[in-house]
Design a protein around this ligand. Structure first.
Ligand code: ADP
Length: 227
């Protein structure tokens, strides 16, 4: 499903690459936590997967798509396979919860009837039914992040990338977000989560990939993370 083979990424002429011959294989429906200190290369890894950045060397294949053969016109299709959520939510501030999620469907040309049918189902998954008409500023941080997750999954991507989704949240709201990610994973979506929160890493008992100085320092299956 996700395959990286000796992937290197150097920004500009920088002597030390941000990622240095990373090889990683993620199976469909896996839940993988990516950890590492600031500057280790986590975001670079995620940006290579979403094609925001291109590798300097190495091979990337996601959902059968070989990135070497990817044309610019194929990128929207790739982005539909991969949903992304960020630490700072990136919601549209002047649109309601419903409209924020609906927007992701409008841009791919879905009709109003189908949108009205689809959005409530996704708001159910993220436990936000009843908040359709709220504006982002009227929500807690945890609720805003769950709107962002709803928007990221509404087109049913195979993979959900969550880059520090709990970074701005207090522990209770962080766990609300994590349980939603677990639910989405149970429904069959591959989840890639980066976090600095050791409590989340320990309690989730999932595969943990540690990046240090652009390399994979360890890759542990969930069994090794018993507390
Ligand atoms: P992390 O997400 O683990 O904090 P990053 O992937 O953001 O790490 O960064 C890895 C390294 O790449 C760092 O040394 C960072 O300064 C460098 N880097 C990241 N993005 C850029 C960029 N756009 N241009 C130049 N250097 C970058």
């Amino acid at each position: 499903m996700i395959l990286l083979d000796r992937v290197t990424k150097a920004y500009g002429r920088s002597a030390t690459p941000a990622l240095d011959r990373i090889s990683l294989h993620v199976e469909p429906k896996e839940f993988v936590i990516v950890v590492g200190q600031s500057g280790a290369g986590k975001s670079t890894l995620l940006k290579l997967l979403t094609r925001e950045e291109r590798p300097s060397a190495g091979k990337i294949i996601v959902g059968g798509i070989d990135y070497d053969k990817l044309k610019d016109k194929d990128i929207p299709l790739l982005r539909r396979k991969i949903g992304v959520v960020f630490q700072d939510f990136k919601l549209l501030p002047n649109r309601t919860v419903f409209e924020n999620v609906a927007f992701a469907l409008e841009v791919v040309g879905m009709g109003n009837r189908e949108i009205r049918h689809t959005v409530p189902k996704v708001l159910d998954i993220v436990n936000l039914r009843g908040k359709e008409k709220r504006m982002p500023l009227e929500l807690s941080g945890g609720e805003r992040q769950r709107v962002a997750i709803a928007r990221a999954i509404v087109r049913q991507p195979k993979i959900l990338i969550a880059d520090e989704p709990t970074g701005n949240l207090d522990p209770k709201h962080a766990w609300d977000v994590i349980s939603v990610l677990e639910k989405i994973n149970r429904y069959g979506t591959t989840v890639l989560l980066t976090t600095h929160n050791q409590d989340i890493v320990n309690k989730l008992k999932r595969r943990v990939v540690t990046i240090e100085h652009g390399q994979i320092a360890s890759d542990r299956a969930r069994a090794a993370y018993k507390v």
